[in-house]
Design a binder for this molecule. Structure first.
Ligand code: TRP
Length: 333
Protein backbone atom coordinates (compact mmCIF):
# COMPACT_ATOMS: atom_id res chain seq x y z
CA UNK A 1 0.00 0.00 0.00
CA UNK A 2 1.18 3.53 -0.80
CA UNK A 3 2.37 5.35 2.27
CA UNK A 4 1.97 9.11 2.19
CA UNK A 5 5.25 10.97 2.17
CA UNK A 6 6.83 13.57 4.39
CA UNK A 7 9.61 15.83 3.24
CA UNK A 8 11.19 18.35 5.53
CA UNK A 9 14.63 19.67 6.26
CA UNK A 10 17.00 22.14 7.80
CA UNK A 11 19.97 24.20 6.77
CA UNK A 12 23.18 22.92 8.33
CA UNK A 13 24.25 26.27 9.73
CA UNK A 14 24.25 25.60 13.47
CA UNK A 15 23.17 23.16 16.13
CA UNK A 16 19.42 22.75 16.59
CA UNK A 17 17.55 24.20 19.54
CA UNK A 18 14.30 23.76 21.42
CA UNK A 19 12.45 25.99 18.96
CA UNK A 20 13.23 23.53 16.19
CA UNK A 21 12.08 20.73 18.44
CA UNK A 22 8.59 22.00 19.19
CA UNK A 23 8.14 23.47 15.70
CA UNK A 24 9.01 20.43 13.66
CA UNK A 25 11.41 17.81 15.05
CA UNK A 26 8.96 16.38 17.53
CA UNK A 27 6.30 15.83 14.89
CA UNK A 28 8.86 14.27 12.53
CA UNK A 29 9.75 11.75 15.22
CA UNK A 30 6.09 11.05 15.96
CA UNK A 31 5.11 10.71 12.30
CA UNK A 32 8.09 8.79 10.96
CA UNK A 33 6.46 5.38 11.29
CA UNK A 34 3.20 6.46 9.74
CA UNK A 35 4.64 8.24 6.69
CA UNK A 36 7.52 7.51 4.38
CA UNK A 37 9.84 10.20 5.68
CA UNK A 38 12.62 12.11 3.93
CA UNK A 39 14.66 14.61 5.94
CA UNK A 40 16.82 16.90 3.92
CA UNK A 41 20.07 18.37 5.14
CA UNK A 42 19.84 21.46 2.96
CA UNK A 43 23.50 22.24 2.35
CA UNK A 44 22.86 23.89 -1.02
CA UNK A 45 20.31 26.19 0.55
CA UNK A 46 22.70 26.90 3.42
CA UNK A 47 25.27 28.07 0.89
CA UNK A 48 22.87 30.71 -0.45
CA UNK A 49 23.72 32.90 2.52
CA UNK A 50 27.00 31.22 3.52
CA UNK A 51 28.70 30.79 0.16
CA UNK A 52 31.87 32.26 1.60
CA UNK A 53 31.97 29.85 4.52
CA UNK A 54 32.08 26.27 3.22
CA UNK A 55 33.83 24.94 6.35
CA UNK A 56 30.91 26.02 8.48
CA UNK A 57 28.43 24.13 6.31
CA UNK A 58 30.57 21.00 6.14
CA UNK A 59 31.00 20.87 9.90
CA UNK A 60 27.33 21.47 10.60
CA UNK A 61 26.14 18.66 8.35
CA UNK A 62 27.43 16.21 10.93
CA UNK A 63 26.19 18.28 13.87
CA UNK A 64 22.71 18.36 12.37
CA UNK A 65 22.76 14.65 11.74
CA UNK A 66 23.73 14.05 15.37
CA UNK A 67 20.83 16.23 16.51
CA UNK A 68 18.41 14.25 14.36
CA UNK A 69 19.54 10.91 15.71
CA UNK A 70 19.69 12.25 19.27
CA UNK A 71 16.05 13.39 19.29
CA UNK A 72 14.86 10.05 17.94
CA UNK A 73 14.90 10.17 14.15
CA UNK A 74 15.47 6.52 13.29
CA UNK A 75 17.67 6.19 10.21
CA UNK A 76 16.25 2.74 9.53
CA UNK A 77 12.84 4.30 9.14
CA UNK A 78 13.49 7.87 7.93
CA UNK A 79 15.78 8.67 5.03
CA UNK A 80 18.26 11.38 5.90
CA UNK A 81 19.27 13.02 2.65
CA UNK A 82 22.04 15.39 1.62
CA UNK A 83 20.61 18.01 -0.70
CA UNK A 84 23.77 18.46 -2.78
CA UNK A 85 23.71 14.71 -3.40
CA UNK A 86 20.45 15.02 -5.33
CA UNK A 87 21.33 16.78 -8.61
CA UNK A 88 17.72 16.39 -9.74
CA UNK A 89 16.77 19.10 -7.23
CA UNK A 90 19.07 21.54 -9.00
CA UNK A 91 17.57 20.66 -12.39
CA UNK A 92 14.03 21.07 -11.14
CA UNK A 93 14.99 24.43 -9.66
CA UNK A 94 16.01 25.67 -13.10
CA UNK A 95 12.70 24.59 -14.64
CA UNK A 96 10.61 26.05 -11.81
CA UNK A 97 12.45 29.36 -11.88
CA UNK A 98 10.49 30.27 -15.02
CA UNK A 99 7.25 29.97 -13.06
CA UNK A 100 7.93 32.61 -10.45
CA UNK A 101 8.54 36.33 -10.75
CA UNK A 102 11.29 38.30 -9.06
CA UNK A 103 8.67 40.50 -7.47
CA UNK A 104 6.90 37.53 -5.99
CA UNK A 105 10.15 36.33 -4.44
CA UNK A 106 10.84 39.79 -3.03
CA UNK A 107 7.38 39.74 -1.43
CA UNK A 108 7.93 36.40 0.33
CA UNK A 109 7.77 37.44 4.02
CA UNK A 110 10.45 35.00 5.19
CA UNK A 111 12.82 36.02 2.40
CA UNK A 112 12.03 39.65 3.10
CA UNK A 113 12.98 39.49 6.76
CA UNK A 114 16.10 37.45 5.99
CA UNK A 115 17.17 40.05 3.44
CA UNK A 116 16.70 42.76 6.05
CA UNK A 117 18.81 40.78 8.49
CA UNK A 118 21.56 39.53 6.20
CA UNK A 119 21.81 41.78 3.16
CA UNK A 120 21.10 45.23 4.51
CA UNK A 121 23.03 46.81 1.63
CA UNK A 122 20.56 45.26 -0.86
CA UNK A 123 23.34 43.21 -2.44
CA UNK A 124 21.10 40.19 -2.60
CA UNK A 125 22.70 37.17 -4.25
CA UNK A 126 20.60 35.75 -7.09
CA UNK A 127 20.85 32.33 -5.45
CA UNK A 128 19.53 33.59 -2.15
CA UNK A 129 16.54 35.30 -3.71
CA UNK A 130 15.73 32.07 -5.50
CA UNK A 131 15.97 29.72 -2.56
CA UNK A 132 12.19 29.34 -2.23
CA UNK A 133 12.23 27.95 -5.78
CA UNK A 134 14.85 25.45 -4.78
CA UNK A 135 12.79 24.59 -1.73
CA UNK A 136 9.83 23.91 -4.03
CA UNK A 137 12.14 21.54 -5.88
CA UNK A 138 13.10 19.85 -2.57
CA UNK A 139 9.49 19.23 -1.70
CA UNK A 140 8.24 18.17 -5.13
CA UNK A 141 11.20 15.99 -6.05
CA UNK A 142 9.96 13.50 -3.44
CA UNK A 143 6.28 14.08 -4.27
CA UNK A 144 5.72 14.98 -0.64
CA UNK A 145 2.19 15.00 0.69
CA UNK A 146 3.04 16.65 4.00
CA UNK A 147 5.72 19.08 5.18
CA UNK A 148 6.07 19.41 8.99
CA UNK A 149 7.38 22.92 9.62
CA UNK A 150 7.42 25.80 12.05
CA UNK A 151 5.31 28.81 11.12
CA UNK A 152 8.25 30.73 9.62
CA UNK A 153 8.19 28.23 6.74
CA UNK A 154 4.53 28.74 5.78
CA UNK A 155 5.44 31.34 3.12
CA UNK A 156 7.75 28.74 1.53
CA UNK A 157 4.92 26.24 1.34
CA UNK A 158 2.60 28.83 -0.13
CA UNK A 159 5.16 29.61 -2.79
CA UNK A 160 5.67 25.91 -3.49
CA UNK A 161 1.94 25.39 -3.95
CA UNK A 162 1.83 28.28 -6.43
CA UNK A 163 4.70 26.81 -8.43
CA UNK A 164 3.11 23.36 -8.43
CA UNK A 165 -0.24 24.71 -9.61
CA UNK A 166 1.39 26.78 -12.29
CA UNK A 167 3.46 23.81 -13.49
CA UNK A 168 0.47 21.49 -13.54
CA UNK A 169 -1.69 23.95 -15.45
CA UNK A 170 0.95 24.59 -18.11
CA UNK A 171 2.54 21.16 -18.58
CA UNK A 172 -0.05 18.73 -17.19
CA UNK A 173 -0.92 17.26 -13.80
CA UNK A 174 2.43 15.82 -12.78
CA UNK A 175 3.28 17.38 -9.43
CA UNK A 176 1.61 16.80 -6.11
CA UNK A 177 0.27 19.75 -4.10
CA UNK A 178 1.93 19.53 -0.66
CA UNK A 179 0.37 20.54 2.64
CA UNK A 180 2.17 22.09 5.60
CA UNK A 181 1.80 20.40 8.95
CA UNK A 182 2.05 22.74 11.90
CA UNK A 183 2.67 21.38 15.37
CA UNK A 184 0.70 22.31 18.50
CA UNK A 185 3.29 25.02 19.16
CA UNK A 186 4.61 26.14 15.77
CA UNK A 187 6.76 28.88 17.28
CA UNK A 188 8.56 28.97 20.63
CA UNK A 189 9.34 32.28 22.36
CA UNK A 190 12.98 33.03 23.06
CA UNK A 191 14.60 33.11 26.48
CA UNK A 192 14.43 36.91 26.24
CA UNK A 193 10.69 36.93 25.63
CA UNK A 194 11.12 37.86 21.96
CA UNK A 195 8.53 36.18 19.78
CA UNK A 196 10.87 33.59 18.39
CA UNK A 197 13.71 31.39 19.60
CA UNK A 198 16.38 31.90 16.99
CA UNK A 199 20.10 31.50 16.62
CA UNK A 200 20.54 34.99 15.22
CA UNK A 201 18.80 36.50 18.25
CA UNK A 202 21.04 34.55 20.63
CA UNK A 203 18.07 33.49 22.77
CA UNK A 204 18.15 29.71 22.36
CA UNK A 205 18.69 26.52 24.32
CA UNK A 206 20.49 24.10 22.04
CA UNK A 207 20.69 20.33 22.35
CA UNK A 208 24.44 20.75 22.32
CA UNK A 209 24.44 23.11 25.35
CA UNK A 210 25.87 21.76 28.61
CA UNK A 211 23.40 21.43 31.48
CA UNK A 212 25.33 24.14 33.33
CA UNK A 213 24.71 26.51 30.45
CA UNK A 214 21.08 25.48 30.31
CA UNK A 215 20.70 26.26 34.00
CA UNK A 216 22.30 29.68 33.62
CA UNK A 217 20.11 30.47 30.65
CA UNK A 218 16.94 29.48 32.48
CA UNK A 219 17.81 31.41 35.62
CA UNK A 220 18.25 34.56 33.55
CA UNK A 221 15.04 34.08 31.58
CA UNK A 222 12.56 36.82 31.01
CA UNK A 223 9.34 36.36 33.01
CA UNK A 224 6.46 38.66 33.90
CA UNK A 225 7.74 42.25 33.68
CA UNK A 226 4.83 43.61 35.73
CA UNK A 227 5.77 41.52 38.72
CA UNK A 228 8.25 43.15 41.07
CA UNK A 229 7.82 41.35 44.38
CA UNK A 230 7.40 37.66 45.00
CA UNK A 231 3.96 38.21 46.49
CA UNK A 232 2.66 40.27 43.58
CA UNK A 233 0.14 38.22 41.61
CA UNK A 234 1.92 37.06 38.45
CA UNK A 235 0.84 36.47 34.87
CA UNK A 236 1.13 33.01 33.45
CA UNK A 237 -0.23 33.59 29.95
CA UNK A 238 2.51 34.80 27.61
CA UNK A 239 5.14 34.23 30.29
CA UNK A 240 8.05 32.38 28.63
CA UNK A 241 8.85 30.35 31.75
CA UNK A 242 5.34 28.93 31.78
CA UNK A 243 5.27 28.45 28.03
CA UNK A 244 8.37 26.27 28.45
CA UNK A 245 6.78 24.44 31.39
CA UNK A 246 3.77 23.67 29.20
CA UNK A 247 6.00 22.47 26.36
CA UNK A 248 8.56 20.40 28.27
CA UNK A 249 7.39 19.57 31.80
CA UNK A 250 5.69 16.20 31.65
CA UNK A 251 4.35 16.57 35.19
CA UNK A 252 1.15 18.43 34.33
CA UNK A 253 -0.10 18.47 37.94
CA UNK A 254 3.05 20.26 38.99
CA UNK A 255 2.63 22.79 36.18
CA UNK A 256 -0.99 23.46 37.22
CA UNK A 257 0.06 23.91 40.81
CA UNK A 258 2.89 26.28 39.91
CA UNK A 259 0.52 28.35 37.80
CA UNK A 260 -1.95 28.59 40.65
CA UNK A 261 0.73 29.64 43.14
CA UNK A 262 2.23 32.14 40.71
CA UNK A 263 -1.09 33.74 39.89
CA UNK A 264 -1.73 34.20 43.60
CA UNK A 265 1.67 35.65 44.38
CA UNK A 266 2.69 32.65 46.46
CA UNK A 267 5.84 31.57 44.67
CA UNK A 268 8.89 33.37 43.33
CA UNK A 269 10.34 33.35 39.82
CA UNK A 270 13.45 31.58 41.04
CA UNK A 271 11.56 28.55 42.26
CA UNK A 272 9.49 28.30 39.10
CA UNK A 273 12.69 28.45 37.07
CA UNK A 274 14.36 25.82 39.20
CA UNK A 275 11.46 23.49 38.56
CA UNK A 276 11.73 24.26 34.86
CA UNK A 277 15.39 23.37 34.91
CA UNK A 278 14.62 20.01 36.53
CA UNK A 279 12.01 19.29 33.86
CA UNK A 280 14.29 20.34 31.04
CA UNK A 281 17.12 18.30 32.44
CA UNK A 282 14.92 15.24 32.35
CA UNK A 283 14.05 16.00 28.74
CA UNK A 284 17.55 16.92 27.58
CA UNK A 285 19.71 14.37 29.39
CA UNK A 286 18.79 11.30 27.31
CA UNK A 287 19.02 13.38 24.13
CA UNK A 288 22.47 14.61 25.10
CA UNK A 289 23.64 11.14 26.04
CA UNK A 290 22.54 9.83 22.68
CA UNK A 291 24.17 12.79 20.96
CA UNK A 292 27.48 12.08 22.68
CA UNK A 293 27.29 8.43 21.76
CA UNK A 294 28.00 9.52 18.16
CA UNK A 295 31.14 11.45 19.04
CA UNK A 296 34.06 9.99 17.14
CA UNK A 297 31.78 7.87 14.94
CA UNK A 298 31.86 10.04 11.87
CA UNK A 299 32.22 7.09 9.50
CA UNK A 300 28.96 5.66 10.80
CA UNK A 301 27.25 9.04 10.39
CA UNK A 302 28.54 9.52 6.84
CA UNK A 303 27.29 6.02 5.99
CA UNK A 304 23.79 6.85 7.17
CA UNK A 305 23.80 9.98 5.06
CA UNK A 306 25.08 8.17 1.99
CA UNK A 307 22.48 5.46 2.27
CA UNK A 308 19.60 7.91 2.63
CA UNK A 309 20.90 10.06 -0.19
CA UNK A 310 21.34 7.24 -2.68
CA UNK A 311 17.87 5.91 -1.92
CA UNK A 312 16.38 9.39 -2.33
CA UNK A 313 18.19 9.97 -5.61
CA UNK A 314 16.18 7.20 -7.26
CA UNK A 315 12.94 8.74 -6.05
CA UNK A 316 13.93 12.18 -7.33
CA UNK A 317 15.05 10.71 -10.66
CA UNK A 318 11.54 9.36 -11.25
CA UNK A 319 10.05 12.77 -10.61
CA UNK A 320 12.54 14.51 -12.90
CA UNK A 321 11.74 12.02 -15.62
CA UNK A 322 8.04 12.76 -15.40
CA UNK A 323 8.71 16.48 -15.31
CA UNK A 324 10.92 16.42 -18.40
CA UNK A 325 8.41 14.30 -20.28
CA UNK A 326 5.65 16.74 -19.41
CA UNK A 327 7.83 19.62 -20.59
CA UNK A 328 8.45 17.86 -23.91
CA UNK A 329 12.17 17.81 -23.29
CA UNK A 330 14.17 15.21 -25.13
CA UNK A 331 15.57 12.57 -22.78
CA UNK A 332 18.61 10.43 -23.42
CA UNK A 333 18.22 7.47 -21.11
N1 TRP B 1 14.16 26.60 4.72
C1 TRP B 1 14.28 25.65 5.78
C2 TRP B 1 14.97 26.35 6.96
O1 TRP B 1 15.52 27.42 6.81
C3 TRP B 1 15.07 24.43 5.42
C4 TRP B 1 14.52 23.62 4.28
C5 TRP B 1 15.14 23.38 3.08
C6 TRP B 1 13.25 22.96 4.21
N2 TRP B 1 14.37 22.61 2.28
C7 TRP B 1 13.21 22.33 2.92
C8 TRP B 1 12.16 22.84 5.08
C9 TRP B 1 12.09 21.63 2.52
C10 TRP B 1 11.05 22.11 4.65
C11 TRP B 1 11.01 21.51 3.38
O2 TRP B 1 14.96 25.81 8.04
Amino acid sequence: MYKERILTGDRPTGALHLGHYVGSLQSRVELQNKYETFILIADVQALTDNFNNPDKIRKNIIELLKDYLAVGIDPKVSKIVLQSGIPQIAELTVFYSNLVTVNRLLRNPTVKSEIREKFADKNIPFGFLGYPVSQAADITSFMADLVPVGDDQLPMLEQTVEIVKSFNSIYGEVLKVPKPKLSKLPRLVGLDGKSKMSKSLGNTIRFADTLEDVKKKIMSMYTDPSRIHKNDPGHVVGNPVFIYHDAFNTNKDEVDELKELYTNGKIGDVEVKEKLFIALKEFLLPIQERRHSFDGREDYLYDILQEGTLFARDVAAKTLNAVKDAMKLIQYN
